[in-house]
Write a protein of this length. Sequence first.
Length: 380
Amino acid sequence: MQRWVIHVDMDAFYAAVEQRDHPELAGKPVIVGGLGSRGVVSTASYEAREFGVQSAMPMAEARRRCPRGIFLAGDHARYSEVSARIMTVLSGVSPLIEPLALDEAFLDVGGMEQLYPDIYQLAAEIKQRVRQTVGLVASVGAAENKFLAKLASDLKKPDGLVVIAPGKASGVLASMPVSRLWGVGAATNGILRELGITTIGELARFDLALLIQHCGNIAQQLHALANGRDDRLVIAERPPQSIGKELTFAVDLTGPDRLRAELLALAEKVGWRLRCSGYSGRTITVKIRYGSFRTITRSCTLAQSTNFDETIYQTACTIFDKCSHTEGIRLLGITVSSLQSGDQLTLFDEGDKRRALYNTVDRLKARFGEAIITKAQLLR
Ligand code: TTP
Ligand code: MG
C-alpha cells in the first residue's frame, strides 16, 4: 500500500486570524508580536513580509522596515481556539492526526485512495474544508513521508498545494541548501561546507561511511533525508483526560442567583471547548473554593455523554445545590471528564434540534469569537 502523509500549515497564522476578525486589516501589512521595547515579531502578514519583516525579528527592526505596518500584541487564547477548530476539521479527514504546533499538523492518509480519486483532490478538499469552517487559508503538502510532506507544504506558500509523487523527491531536493534538512544547524552546516557539500543533492550522493566519520551519529539520518527517506510514523495525539474551566472572583461571591449565573458562564465555555475539540463527556465535576480556602470537588456521571451547555449547566447546578452555602465562594470550576470523541449521542428529535442550534451558534463563535453570542441570562 502506498504511504501518504499530508502536512497542513496555516498561512501567516496569527496575522491571518487578525485580518479575518478585523476586515479593515485585510490586504494590509499586519505584524503580530511583543510590543514592548524588547519585543520580537511572532508573525507578519504576507503584505508585511514584502517589506522584509520576518518571525523572530526584533520589533524595533520591523518598525524600521515597515513604518506603515499595523502592529498588534495578538490574542493567544483566540489563536488556540481557532487552532482547536482547525484540528477538529482535520480529524474529520483522518483520525491519524499529529498536531505539531497551533497551526500545523501531519495526517496519515495512506489507504484513503478508495475515498478520493487522487491525493491532489484530497489535499484540495482539506484546504476547502479549513477555509469553509474557519475562514482561513492553509498550505498543504502531500508526499510519501513526513519530511517530504512538510517540505511540500512550504514550497508554494501562501495558498500552496504541492504533491511530491513517490520517487520524485530527488528532483525537488537536488538544488536545495542542506540547511533545509532537519538536524542541520550552524555547526553541521559548517562541517558539510568543509566537505564541499552545500546542496541536498550533493549530500545525497556523498559516501555514507565518510559522512559518518565527519558528522558522527547524525550522518545516517541526514543521508536518508537527503535521499528523500524518512521512516517516522504519524503519531496520533492521545485524547485529553478532561476539559474544564475555573474562575477566581475578585471578591467572594454569595447568593444563589449570582453563583448560578457564574456556573452558566462556565458551562457555556466548557461546552464550547468540548465542541471545538470534538469531544463529549459523561462526568461533570464542580469545584468550589470557599473564602476560607477550603476546597471541595463533587461529581456526577450521566447516562449519556454530552457537550451541550444546558446539560452541563443543569448537572452543575444539581451538584452545586447539594453543597454547603454558609460561606462566600472564592473560586468556581466546572470540568467534564470520561471523554469520548464525537458528539452527544441521542435518539430523540429534541437532540437533533439542539444539535442544529449548536451548529449555528458554533459557526458564529468560530467566525467572530466566543463572545459573539451568549445566553440572555448572562447579558448583564
Ligand atoms: P509558522 O507556521 O512558522 O508561521 P506563519 O503561520 O505565521 O506563516 P507561514 O506558515 O505562512 O510561513 O508559525 C505559526 C505561528 O506561530 C505564527 O503565526 C506565529 C507563531 N510563531 C511565533 O510566535 N514565533 C516564531 O518565531 C514563529 C516562527 C512562529
Ligand atoms: Mg504557518
